[in-house]
Write a protein that binds this ligand. Structure first.
Ligand code: HEC
Length: 158
C-alpha cells in the first residue's frame, strides 16, 4: 500500500465541488496510487476530465445534444439512444458498444461506421482508454446485459 495524502482530500471534496476540480485533484494524485483498484478508479477519473473538457462540447450523459446521451453507452446497441436523430449510417449499425469498439470509434469513427457524422476523434491512445474507462464506469449494469434498456441512476454523475 502506498500512503496517499491525496485520497482524503479527494473524498473530502467529493460532494458539491465541481467535477473538474475533483478530477484534476485525482490527476495530480495519480502517481501516488499504486493499487490496481485505485488505478482503475483514477483512470476513470482522468477519463472524466477528458469527457468534461472535450466530449461535452457535443455530448452530455443524460441529454441528447449535438451528439446522443452517453450514459450506459457501454453495452448499448449503436445508434439507438432514445429520441436522438442519428445519421442513417449510425442508425443502421448493428454492433453493440463495448470497450474495444468505443476505442476504435474514438480513434477513427469513419472506419467503424462509414458515413457517420461525428466529425471528431481523439489522437492520444491514453485519452481514448481513459474516457472509455469512464463511460464503462457509468455503464456497469448495461455492460453485463445482452439486451440493454435505459437505467436511471440519478445519483451518479451529473
Ligand atoms: C463535434 C461534436 C462531437 C464531439 C466533440 C464528440 N462527439 Fe461523439 N458524436 C457526435 C455526433 C454528431 C454523433 C452522432 C453521429 C451520427 O449520428 O452519425 C456522435 C456519436 C457518438 C457515439 C455513438 C453513440 C451511439 O449511441 O451509438 C459515441 C460513443 C460518441 N459519440 C462518443 C464520444 C466521446 C467519448 C467523445 C469525447 C471524446 C465525443 N463523442 C466527442 C458528435 C461529437
Amino acid at each position: 500500500m502506498t500512503p496517499s495524502a491525496c485520497q482524503p482530500i479527494v473524498r473530502a471534496h467529493s460532494r458539491p465541488v465541481s467535477h473538474l476540480s475533483i478530477a484534476l485533484l485525482a490527476l495530480l494524485c495519480l502517481p501516488s496510487l499504486a493499487q490496481p483498484v485505485a488505478a482503475a478508479t483514477q483512470q476513470a477519473a482522468r477519463g472524466k476530465v477528458v469527457f468534461e473538457t472535450i466530449c461535452v462540447n457535443c455530448h452530455s450523459l443524460d441529454a441528447n445534444r449535438a451528439g446522443p446521451a452517453l450514459r450506459n453507452v457501454v453495452g448499448r446497441p449503436a445508434g439507438k439512444a432514445p429520441d436522438y436523430f442519428y445519421s442513417e449510417a449510425l442508425e443502421s449499425a448493428t454492433h453493440v458498444w463495448d470497450r474495444a469498439k468505443l476505442k476504435a470509434w474514438l480513434t477513427d469513427p469513419e472506419k467503424v461506421v462509414p458515413g457517420q457524422e461525428m466529425k471528431f476523434h481523439l489522437d492520444k491512445e491514453r485519452d481514448r482508454d481513459d474516457v472509455v474507462a469512464y463511460l464503462a464506469s457509468l455503464s456497469r449494469r448495461s455492460a453485463s446485459a445482452v439486451v440493454s434498456h435505459p437505467v436511471s441512476q440519478p445519483t451518479q454523475g451529473k
